[in-house]
Design a protein around this ligand. Structure first.
Ligand code: FAD
Length: 284
């Protein structure tokens, strides 16, 4: 595949980028520099997270509006249903539509400490949104099973419910076990899920943060990754190179398995995502 031209590499390929609302002036600068750097790669859409329960939906919308205005890209806000009533959600959806939002990443959000059984799941949110307007909707998928699910099959059928409610694509939790993703994709097909299962790619530059995050989300960090980052605790430059190299290997394998869409968890940085896209043939 090293001999393939850029246009052969990038044929049928589409990428999307995820950002989060910055919470300091420095992070604000980093975010907008990253968006400026990544926008010329013409992503299919970019998305902006919203921390369930944080009450900062306005910050998410603020970033969305500025992306729309400054770049003209399709900007999709994440919306959670765990922390709002159906009436509030309908109003939010109407307001989003009014302001030109046509694509929403629909999520339940993590359970608050109280651990009460939620009144709504993501599938209910998808139905609610589709009842308001014909939004394009992305939902979450978990190749290694969502931590709360009683079993993998239940979780898979939950994705099917989200798709039947109107979701247009599933974006996976980040993963490093490619076989787990490929098996999951096969199982999606076997239960009749007919939307793209877009791999969520997390380029890792801080391995310690990753380990903490992976533990919370039921994502397996393979031994080979521990080996790769060993001894680099104080060496961010090399960690970045290693992180890019791992992600480049992953996208190459996924590409050879027919994956045509990639979603990048940019963590508001552009360097690694830009480099990985470059190797995929995605150029300005
Ligand atoms: P659901 O699809 O509703 O599933 C949640 C759990 O409930 C699963 O275990 C499922 O199997 C189970 N379940 C579903 N229906 C039922 C039922 N009827 N009865 C019993 N159990 C059921 N979080 C944020 O706060 N903000 C974000 O911006 C954000 N963005 C994300 C983006 C992506 C791509 C991903 C993968 C996750 C994101 N998350 C975000 C995290 C997400 O909110 C959590 O993982 C949350 O715990 C589950 O959300 P969900 O939409 O997958 O929920």
């Amino acid at each position: 595949s090293l001999n393939r031209t850029v246009s052969e590499l990038s044929a049928d390929l589409q990428v999307s980028f995820e950002f989060f609302p910055p919470n300091s002036p420095e992070m604000e600068t980093t975010l907008w520099n990253s968006i400026e750097r990544l926008a010329p790669l013409s992503p299919k859409f970019v998305s902006v997270t919203y921390g369930a329960g944080s009450g900062t939906r306005d910050r998410t919308h603020g970033v969305i509006k500025r992306i729309q205005k400054d770049t003209g890209l399709v900007a999709a806000p994440h919306l959670t249903c765990i922390d709002a009533s159906p009436d509030e959600l309908k109003q939010i959806a109407k307001d989003y539509w009014q302001s030109g939002v046509r694509h929403i990443v629909a999520l339940r959000g993590d359970l608050p400490e109280s651990n009460q059984k939620p009144e709504m799941y993501a599938a209910d949110l998808v139905s609610l949104l589709k009842g308001v307007q014909d939004f394009e909707i992305s939902v979450a998928a978990y190749p290694e099973t969502h931590p709360e699910a009683p079993n993998a099959q239940f979780d898979l059928l939950n994705l099917k419910r989200k798709v039947e409610a109107g979701a247009n694509r599933a974006i996976t939790q980040f993963f490093f076990d490619i076989d787990a993703y490929l098996r999951y994709r096969d199982r999606c097909v076997s239960v009749g899920i007919d939307v793209e299962i877009v791999p969520g790619i997390l380029p890792v530059s801080n391995f310690n943060t990753l380990k903490r995050f992976a533990g919370l989300t039921n994502v397996h960090v393979p031994n080979w990754m521990y080996n790769m980052y060993q001894g680099l605790e104080d060496d961010p430059t090399t960690r970045n190179l290693v992180g890019a190299s791992i992600a480049i290997d992953m996208v190459k394998i996924l590409r050879s398995e027919g994956v045509e869409n990639f979603h990048f968890y940019t963590l508001n940085r552009s360097e690694l995502t830009y480099a990985i896209c470059h190797t995929l043939g995605i150029r300005p």
